[in-house]
Design a protein around this ligand. Structure first.
Ligand SMILES: [Zn+2]
Length: 423
């Protein structure tokens, strides 16, 4: 089976040479077992301090899955020593091509880890000839390694939001950095303890000190957490949540006007909810005619729709007095319209005017808040069976941080060199 020298060259593990190749030569796609040994004199590095020693206490064969050789799955076999180190006592020998306790080599781990970010774990497992469990552990180690070694950013603006997940409607709280559009923390629930723990454990004191604004909805526990944990930061109510309240009010008007007004009107308004909740500029063609017909049937609904559309212009004001004047004007237009739901919305806007107008002083990018939410939903949809919170958070961090933006980035991940010991 070729000379050992050639095989050492193909294997390409620095410091190791191939001593034996075991495999069935009649099987065109069978597994090859490659036995390797250290090059040079028999001195073995200690995993505690890295110093080499020749004092071996015991030894045991260990195996690692490695990158395939032209369709043959490869298992590395190495007789790993336990050494007597002068400084650390009895230690396992340090092996740089794999993490401690890992069952795959580091270069295979990198390949699996990168693949898992664009395909299900089960597909990546088949592609690399390992079991699902091995692939999942490799992926987690890969992501954790990336997260640990990248630089910590100090976001000026944070986002604190809830996401709904699964059929049981589990609610999770997500902490994100809005300036760079990255997920930073994740916790189950949205009660009084959730947000404070997120802010205190997932952010360093330095990161907390850098925050000037937190973009969130009007959920009371979140607001309390921000006041308590980030005294220097101001709350900015997120535009999408405000508009969500407006859409809910509009929907309530629809129910009032059509569903509680007899069977004829009810038939007229049936199945129009999503049409009504869409913005005018996104409704085209036949749908627009349908909407116009609906408005012809009920003027009050039309008025409510126009009011909701106008609310969108709130965020064009540049100053706090401007925002206040806008909301006051909006409420004035409501008078004599007999639209109690919209009036309630007006009161709601006035009570929260400070938080709504706070965007004037902080250039919060509302678009980023929504794009993070879209990414989170996409990851959750792909990761249907994911129970583990830790790996879910890592996956969300990866998906929102986009660490691979070019071919060079990809190459950097695939040829990652070991930078630390396997202690
Ligand atoms: Zn040592």
């Amino acid at each position: 089976m070729g000379s050992q020298r050639d095989c050492t060259w193909i294997l390409g593990l620095p410091g190791f040479r191939v001593v034996e190749l075991i495999g069935d030569q009649t099987d065109a796609s069978g597994r090859i077992q490659v036995r390797v040994e250290r090059q040079g004199p028999p001195r073995y590095p200690c995993s505690g301090c890295g110093r080499r020693t020749r004092k071996v206490r015991s030894a045991r064969d260990r195996t690692w899955d490695d990158l395939p050789w032209a369709g043959h799955a490869v298992t590395l076999i190495y007789r790993q020593r336990r050494v007597r180190c002068r400084h650390c006592g009895i230690r396992t020998e340090q092996v740089l091509f794999a993490d401690a306790k890992a069952r795959v080599t580091r270069r295979l781990r990198q390949q699996i880890g990168v693949d898992c970010q664009s395909m299900p774990t089960s597909h990546a497992a088949v592609r690399h000839g390992v079991s699902w469990g091995k692939a999942r552990r490799a992926e987690q180690a890969f992501l954790a390694d990336w997260d640990r070694t990248r630089s910590r950013r100090q976001p000026r603006h944070l986002g604190l939001d809830e996401i709904h997940r699964g059929k049981g409607q589990h609610v999770w709280t997500v902490l994100s950095g809005i300036v760079h559009g990255e997920v930073m923390g994740l916790r189950r629930d949205r009660d009084t303890a959730t947000a404070p723990t997120l802010l205190m454990t997932d952010l360093t004191p330095r990161q907390r000190g850098a925050v000037t604004a937190v973009c969130t909805d009007m959920h009371r526990p979140y607001l309390n957490a921000v006041t308590a944990g980030l005294p220097k930061a101001e709350v900015v109510f997120d535009r999408f949540h405000v508009l969500q309240h407006a859409s809910a009010a509009l929907d309530e008007v629809r129910r009032q006007e059509f569903f509680r007004a007899g069977p004829v009107m009810r038939e007229h308004g049936r199945g129009k909810r999503w049409l009504l909740l869409r913005r005018w500029k996104t409704v085209r063609g036949a749908k627009r005619t349908e909407l116009q017909k609906l408005f012809a049937a009920n003027r009050r609904l039309f008025k409510a729709y126009v009011l909701r559309e106008q609310l969108d212009r709130l965020w064009t004001s540049k100053t706090r007095p401007g925002v206040l004047a806008f909301v006051m004007g909006w409420c004035k237009a409501l008078r004599w319209q007999r639209l109690p739901e919209m009036e309630r919305l007006g009161d709601f806007l006035l009570t929260h005017i400070n938080g709504i107008a706070a965007y004037c002083d902080h250039d919060v990018r509302f678009g980023v808040v929504e794009s993070i939410n879209t990414t989170i939903k996409a990851v959750l949809r792909r990761a249907r069976g994911m129970r583990d919170e830790a790996i879910l958070l890592l996956k969300l961090k990866w998906a929102t941080a986009h660490p691979i933006r070019s071919a060079r980035d990809l190459l950097r991940f695939l040829t990652a060199q070991p930078q630390y010991s396997n202690r």
